[in-house]
Design a protein. Sequence first.
Length: 284
Amino acid sequence: MKTELTSKTKKAVLDTEGPFAVIGEKINPTGRKKLAAALQAGNLDYVRELASKQVEAGADLLDVNVGVPGVDDVALIQQVVTLLAEEFDVPLCLDSPNPAALAAALPLCPGRTLVNSVNGEEKSLNAVLPLVKDHGAAVIGLTMDDNGIPNDAEGRLAIAEKIISRAAKLGIPADDIVIDPLVLTVGADPRASSVTLQTIEMVHREFGVNVNIGASNVSFGLPERDVVNLAFLSMAIYAGATCAITDPMKYSLHMRATDLLRGRDANAMRYLKYYRAHAPKENG
């Protein structure tokens, strides 16, 4: 199953039978004091810098989140989206819990946009899915509802089914739904990763839709977080995940290596092309 997103001239395809896709995570002020301060000051130069680095590192899409305390997120997301649309030819993933911000930003996105996100709460379903339908967008569905995040794969699968079903009633096809099974930190719950991996397998088997993961949550509070994140990424991709909101600067080569090892890179061309473009330059 394919979910196609576009910018002015570029296309990004999330494909259950294709290579893994990377959604650049850096334009999100959560845990990033420098970006938060820049957004609060209305200085978009750092946003421009983060976008440039992620695109150069191979991001297929850019996640855009401007959720900072004390900021008018409706006005600010419009400014950021306008900047990105004008200066970078890459599809966008609008990341906001505020339907008003999504409604303001969606018309400014050239091409076809990914909305991050809807979940199983009635309030979210009723507010976000009509926006997705009206703007011809695709949407990430989080496996949580009014009762929180289920602690088992079966509960998360049920929420995924609810989201897909409610979207279908509005005329949004399954190939425009990307399910995120949610991963919590293994430092707090040793079953956190295994439940997410089971959910990925079940969603892939039952619905055949694209599956997104947020890779960094799994390692929160642990030393050598990159090691844990990379291990989880490989396992999630093998289980059926097709894209991740993650750091393209750190992980793009690893994800291309994973595609190579699972037979989705003929003659290692994607891996070699990326390595040659990004290999450290030797001195002398």
